[in-house]
Design a protein around this ligand. Structure first.
Ligand code: 5GP
Ligand code: ZN
Length: 114
């Protein structure tokens, strides 16, 4: 845990969130500022700063994040209609929180990827 990290504080419960799913490796919660009718964030429980700092030992973890996102989409009935997984990486992407996270967005027709 990084004591200065917003999402680590969400994992620990120091900052409240609306939880969607949790197991020993990943946590999912509602984005505080949704950009689509469905907008969930899936994060690793352990602090991983960037996709670009993840190593091979975290491959399974990142795969588990993606499959967790897909299962959440299924539970929310947007798996068939379609949804998007987004990882913002670094400055040009607009990444704001330096704890790896996947955005799961859907529930309407999404615009083109910028
Ligand atoms: P990024 O731009 O880093 O890819 O995405 C960070 C996301 O975290 C944004 O969509 C933002 O709305 C969300 N966010 C920022 N602070 C909080 C918070 O305190 N709680 C929750 N649930 N989401 C947050
Ligand atoms: Zn963190």
């Amino acid at each position: 845990m990084d004591p200065d990290c917003l999402f680590c504080k969400i994992v620990s419960g120091d900052i409240p969130s609306t939880g969607v799913y949790r197991d020993d490796r990943v946590m999912a919660f509602e984005d505080i500022n949704p950009v689509a009718p469905q907008h969930v964030l899936v994060i690793p429980v352990q602090h991983v700063t960037f996709l670009s700092t993840a190593d091979e030992s975290q491959e399974a973890l990142i795969g588990h994040m993606a499959l967790t996102a897909d299962r959440i989409a299924a539970e929310r009935h947007i798996q068939d209609s379609g949804f998007r997984l987004t990882i913002n990486q670094g400055r040009d992407s607009g990444q704001e929180v330096d704890h790896l996270h996947m955005h799961v967005t859907g529930g309407r027709k999404l615009g083109p990827i910028a």
